[in-house]
Design a protein. Structure first.
Length: 474
């Protein structure tokens, strides 16, 4: 109170007389020397009214001076809020819609460089093979996306290459689809995972052609640092890691992805491709992949999508269908994040030269997490997240052909549980980084109780791993 009274006294003693003197000085010497003669000649009535007007002007200027000196918090906050909303509105209007919100682009004349690196070092790894316990220690590049993207007013173009190294727990696993979807440049450029396409857009309606991520659920939102999991099982959608959806497919895509009234993101997509990467007739005209999705997002809080896919493969001249549906949801609020994915597939496999068998697969993944944000110069947040995966419908140990029914069990299950802790940096010079620790385990389970093949391969032995990890994105 004393401080305010002292400030008020200073204002009365110095500010008000100064404002009056300045006003008189401006009237006497600082006026416009090119005023018209009519304006210079005042009538007697104007001279009588002048003192009252001048007094009112002095009072208003005095009040303004006091507000300048003491501040008006409510007006300042309102002005700051208004300016911030205008800036955000301009950014949203100028930037293209993507993943439920208008992104902050790091563009160079419309060209946006893309760089994402996620990898780790397995300080402890354990798995079993033919009943024998084996240990492993290795480093892996789990995601190495490099390329450029062009987002013009009506033109779209993207070219990226995803370089990966082999990952022991996938390469030694039983799922042949997972191995095929884990292609890297090591296996040859023809099998490398890349995304190259061009296209056009009008009023958020797009048409793209080339090799691209299928329009399916929220699969296209996984290419980021996320909560920091950096093993292949945890960096990508579970349906991709298990191989039931190709990570890229060559063909055509069209749809709509736009922001409605700033907060609401609506997206619809359909893509037609040449089939799964694992197709025996890849690059032929006898394969087909059809993918679609319908989704909605509200700010950064909720994003959800319903997805479907239809693929066919040919084996011994006969068509084998794959039909899949999925529900993908991501809820975020107050530092908490909860991704939920559910996918169900119905497939045909080969039992023998004349018999086809209907099989099914179900995938469920939960990854609740919490991040604490810091008001720090370069540290953004520290996050911890849990992971639970349930896979019903598994391949037997040693399976090589993904179409062979005898190496697949629809009613068998495996699961994975894990936890990760990471810290993230703020964006510095356009680059954001993270580092942390992950524990992941797939417990042993019996997947072929009847030993149908008579080869003694009745179990999935699973694995255990502890990983030191790091990553960065531009």
């Amino acid at each position: 109170m004393f401080k305010k009274m002292l400030t008020l006294l200073v204002a009365v003693l110095f500010v008000v007389p100064f404002m009056v003197t300045a006003d008189d000085f401006d009237d006497d010497f600082g006026g416009d020397f090119e005023e018209d003669a009519e304006e210079a000649e005042e009538t007697e009535e104007d001279e009588e009214e002048a003192p009252a007007k001048k007094k009112s002007k002095e009072e208003s200027e005095s009040e303004a001076a006091m507000k300048d000196l003491m501040g008006d918090p409510e007006e300042e906050k309102a002005a700051e809020k208004e300016d911030k909303e205008e800036v955000e509105a301009d950014a949203e209007a100028a930037a293209p819609a993507k993943d439920g919100k208008a992104p902050v682009t790091k563009s160079f004349k419309g060209v946006k460089p893309i760089l994402l690196v996620k990898g780790g070092f397995t300080v402890y790894g354990s798995y079993k093979e033919n009943g024998k316990s084996l240990s492993t220690m290795f480093g892996s590049l789990d995601e190495g996306i490099v390329g450029v993207e062009y987002l013009g007013k009506h033109v779209l173009a993207k070219g990226t290459l995803n370089v990966r190294t082999n990952y022991a727990f996938i390469e030694n696993g039983a799922n042949p689809l997972a191995k095929v979807n884990h292609h890297s440049i090591q296996n040859g450029a023809a099998n490398a995972l890349y995304e190259v396409y061009g296209g056009v857009k009008f009023y958020d309606v797009f048409i793209k052609a080339g090799k691209l991520i299928p329009e399916y659920g929220l699969v296209d939102t996984w290419q980021n640092l996320g909560m920091g999991f950096t093993t292949p099982f945890l960096t990508r959608s579970l349906i991709v890691v298990e191989g039931f959806l190709p990570e890229t497919d060559a063909g055509l895509a069209l749809g709509y992805n736009g922001i409605i009234k700033k907060d609401h993101n609506v997206f619809v997509g359909l893509s037609l491709g040449t089939g799964a990467n694992a197709s025996e007739f890849w690059e032929s005209d006898r394969t087909l992949g059809l993918y679609g999705r319908v989704g909605y997002g509200f700010k950064e809080y909720v994003k959800a999508a319903f997805a479907f896919q239809y693929r066919n493969d040919y084996y011994s001249g006969k068509k084998l269908d794959h039909i899949g549906i999925g529900v993908h949801i991501n809820v975020s609020a107050y530092g908490f994040e909860m991704p939920i994915t559910f996918d169900y597939s119905m497939m045909k496999m080969v039992k023998d030269s004349s018999t086809r068998k209907n099989t099914t697969n179900m995938l469920l993944s939960l990854a609740p997490g919490y991040a604490y944000h810091f008001n720090h110069e370069w540290v953004d947040k520290v996050g911890i997240a849990f992971r639970y995966d349930l896979v019903q419908g598994v391949y037997l140990d040693g399976a090589e052909d993904y179409l062979n029914w005898r190496n697949y069990r629809s009613n068998s299950m495996v699961m994975r549980i894990g936890i990760t802790a990471n810290f993230f940096t703020k964006e510095l010079a356009g680059v954001r980084g993270m580092a942390g620790l992950t524990f992941l385990m797939q417990p042993e389970s019996k997947v072929d109780k009847k030993d149908i093949n008579g080869d003694g391969k009745t179990k999935d032995y699973g694995f255990t791993t502890i990983v030191l990890q790091a990553g960065a994105e531009f």
